[in-house]
Design a protein around this ligand. Structure first.
Ligand SMILES: [Zn+2]
Ligand SMILES: [Zn+2]
Length: 333
């Protein structure tokens, strides 16, 4: 097995939110400068301004230690006569598009404040065609709140081209009770689909209206803080979503996983096929490091760390085929 560093302890980690709204969206009352200042005051370093169907591409709110990513949230409109899979509960597929300035755009991209048309929902193929079009415009695409959208695991498996999905969406949890989507993620990973997990506040309410702002974050490792570096880090999975715990180090050495993190009540290694392993500390005790001899029969594993207050951090999955020195053979004939 190769020795690799997954979270480098000496590399700066930047705190970011990939999903928020301002009064540029019809369902939020907070001015965008006020909303971004709220995030700055909570120690965030990067924010995707993901208003509904209105594109953000401006440095007006950027300052030392804080940068905004360019993009928007894009939803599908139901076809009026043809109910597709998500239509029953009036839910639709929502995507966050994030401009990747390193990508060569084949189709001209949106400009700041440009209104995005809502594509009509003709089902899975139309979703994939739309994702493909956003990528050709020079974006990376995130699949938002699958639980709120009532997306089935089979449909999520059929969605192509998203770098990540929201394993946590603050708006879904605190406003309509849709919990996190760990199970749908494992369903996809077990079927060989590679997709990262991200967290999004999906903030529609700030300060006295509610507390979605700051309910989650993504910690992204990159030496410098700028849009290109952040988007590169997102594309390559150099980040982890969290609702509280911090991970300081994660590496594989001598076939063993080694991790250091903020005080936790439990750590779980989720893997397939078969099972991973879990450790729950006695009440009033915490754990801050963990090592585990990697089971090399697994296809993938990932780790969830839970703090005593229930906050969670999710690592990205590690696929064994990426770290084994030799491809695996099965000599059964
Ligand atoms: Zn949404
Ligand atoms: Zn949203």
């Amino acid at each position: 097995m190769k020795d690799i560093v997954l979270i480098e302890p000496n590399c700066p980690q930047w705190k970011g939110n990939l999903h928020m709204h301002t009064n540029r969206s019809s369902d939020c009352n907070t001015d965008h400068i006020e909303a971004l200042n709220e995030y700055k005051s909570k120690g965030y370093n990067f924010i995707l301004v993901s208003d509904h169907e209105i594109y953000w591409a401006s440095e007006q709110a950027d300052s030392e230690g804080f940068c905004t990513l360019y993009g928007a949230e894009s939803a599908f409109n139901r076809h009026p006569k043809r109910p597709y899979e998500l239509a029953e509960e009036a839910k639709s597929l929502h995507l966050n598009i994030i401009q990747d300035e390193n990508a060569a755009a084949e189709i001209p991209c949106f400009e700041h404040d440009q209104i995005l048309p809502r594509p009509v929902d003709f089902g899975l193929d139309s979703w994939n065609a739309c994702i493909d079009r956003y990528k050709k415009m020079g974006h990376i695409v995130m699949l938002n709140h699958p639980n709120w959208s009532r997306l089935s695991p089979e449909l999520m498996l059929g969605i192509n081209g998203c770098f990540a999905f929201e394993v946590f969406n603050g708006g879904s949890i605190w406003e309509v009770g849709c919990y996190t989507d760990d199970a749908i993620w494992d369903y996809c990973l077990r079927h060989g689909k590679r997709i990262y997990a991200a967290a999004g506040d999906d903030t529609h309410k700030y300060a006295e209206e509610g507390e979605c702002c700051g309910s989650s974050f993504n910690m992204l490792s990159t030496p410098e803080l700028n849009r290109r570096a952040i988007v590169d880090g997102l594309k390559s999975g150099n980040f982890y979503p969290s609702t509280g715990p911090l991970i300081y180090e994660m590496r594989i050495e001598n076939d063993t996983l080694y991790m250091r993190f903020s005080p936790a009540r439990s750590i779980r290694i989720i893997g397939a096929p078969g099972h991973g392993v879990g450790k729950l500390m006695p009440k009033n005790k915490t754990i801050e490091e963990y090592s585990w001899k990697i089971d090399n029969k697994l296809q993938y594993f990932r780790i969830v760390i839970a703090a005593p207050d229930g906050g969670k951090a999710w690592t990205q999955p590690v696929f064994l085929e990426d770290i084994l020195e030799e491809p695996r053979y099965n000599n059964v004939r």
